[in-house]
Design a protein around this ligand. Structure first.
Ligand SMILES: NC(=O)N[C@@H](CC(=O)O)C(=O)O
Ligand SMILES: [Zn+2]
Ligand SMILES: [Zn+2]
Length: 425
């Protein structure tokens, strides 16, 4: 593996400097380093960020390889600046055994573009009835630390309590899809004035907030770690803020789409905007942005949810919920937060790696650290073309939108996975 010398990159937007990548680590940082036979990558005008880490990705393998595979999702991730992604358990078969999580882990290693860290299911078959083999998944080669029934809520409070108690033993975390199922039966979109006008059954904010309120109390009672997936309402932000002030070990994520889009998008009846939890109101978007800035919300996670055309290009009521996210996350966050690179590194790399327990990722860019990096051109604006994305599916809500920030290069342990904006495998 040749050494790589990145010339004149601005680490977290600072003064231009050189970075020498050797044997998987950042060997040296400083202006005017000697090339000494290293392959030179011109970083002029580019910002160097720690490799991004996604705590919430749907890769669809095993089971729906027509929508995405570990390989195609890994390509999308690398192109988005990611060096690690956590693969959700709602596959077919469900990732509820050591065998399945090890399979996903190995497929990730074989693809070799990002580290794929499997998430294990909390309950057998995501059915919400009995705990899956959490210990066996934790002890497996995949070393699972995050467990989630995402797609479904662990609605039974007794089961949720037991899951929290169980994973506490190995410092695991339960990532909850907060949705009180009795309040969302038949729900198609956010419950509000738009749903009333369109005559679509609504998913009220309280269906999310009531579960988060219950779960922070349970996590506090048990002393275990809770992570809240895709927070979407102002009320949820308030509850999490209060829980943190009380010392509850809770972390939370927001998706790029919930930071940008609102329920008025449903007026088009275009199912590309159908997602769980649903797009909410302007006031919710404002509260989510504020929560992300002040740290109430710890991270941005994509909830990258590829769907085949037959499941998405149909009538709204029959379409599956979910949208693509990996290749557009950083541009959307840049658009929403501005170029606060320190904040972006914290919310999209350091914090998600900490929550997931990924020691080799989310490290500061210093000599001796693993060479997981991405180089971004913040001056380029580009138009999102669904067919130009690496994902096997095309369900991006940003089609035709012009977004800031182009990912030029990504390095996984010193090996380029993306160069000149092109994936290397
Ligand atoms: N977000 C979605 O609308 N869909 C996700 C499941 C989920 O994240 O709840 C999916 O797997 O497609
Ligand atoms: Zn979910
Ligand atoms: Zn999800």
């Amino acid at each position: 593996m040749p050494d790589i010398l990145i010339r004149n990159a601005r680490v977290l937007g600072g003064e231009p400097t050189d970075l020498l990548l050797r044997d998987g680590v950042i060997a040296e940082i400083g202006a005017g380093l000697a090339a000494d036979g290293a392959e030179v990558v011109d970083g002029t005008g580019l910002v160097a960020l720690p490799g991004l880490v996604d705590l919430h990705t749907h890769l669809r393998e095993p089971g729906r390889e027509d929508a995405e595979t570990v390989y195609t999702g890994s390509r999308a991730a690398a192109l988005g600046g990611y060096t690690a992604v956590c693969a959700m358990a709602n596959t077919s078969p469900v990732a509820d055994t050591a065998g399945v999580v090890e399979q996903v882990y190995r497929l990730g290693q074989e693809a070799g573009l990002v580290d794929v860290q499997p998430i294990g299911a909390v309950t057998v078959g995501l059915a919400g009835e009995r705990l899956a083999e959490l210990g066996a998944m934790a002890d497996s080669a995949a070393r699972v630390r995050v467990f989630s029934d995402d797609g479904f809520c662990v609605a039974d409070p007794r089961l949720m309590r037991r899951a929290l108690e169980y994973v506490k033993a190995f410092d695991g975390v339960i990532a909850q899809h907060a949705e009180e199922p009795r309040l969302t039966q038949g729900a198609q979109m956010h419950e509000g004035d738009v749903s009333a006008r369109l005559g679509l059954t609504g998913w009220p904010a309280v269906a999310e907030e009531s579960i988060i309120a219950r779960d922070v109390l349970l996590a506090g009672h048990v002393g275990a770690r809770l992570h809240v997936c895709h927070v979407s309402t102002a009320g949820s932000v308030e509850i999490i803020r209060m829980a943190k002030a009380r010392g509850v070990r809770v972390t939370a994520e927001v998706t790029p789409h919930h930071l940008l889009l609102t329920h008025e998008k449903a007026e088009s009846y275009d199912p590309v905007y159908k997602v769980n939890p649903p797009l909410r109101t302007d006031a919710d978007v404002e509260a989510l942005r504020e929560g992300l800035r002040d740290g109430t919300i710890d991270i941005v996670a994509t909830d990258h949810a590829p769907h085949a055309a037959e499941d998405k290009e149909c009538e709204w009521a029959y379409a599956r919920p979910g949208m693509l996210g990996l290749e557009t996350a950083l541009p959307i966050v840049l658009d929403v937060l501005g170029d606060d690179w320190e904040l972006i590194a914290e919310r999209m790399s350091y914090a998600p790696a900490r929550i997931a327990g990924l020691d080799g990722h989310g490290n500061a860019i210093v000599a001796g650290a693993p060479a997981n990096l991405t180089l971004v051109d913040p001056t380029v604006r580009w138009s999102v073309d669904p067919t130009g994305l690496a994902s096997l599916s095309h369900n991006t809500p940003y089609a035709g939108m012009t977004v800031p920030g182009r990912i030029v290069a990504t390095f996984l342990r010193g090996v380029p996975t993306v160069l000149d904006g092109k994936v290397q495998k």
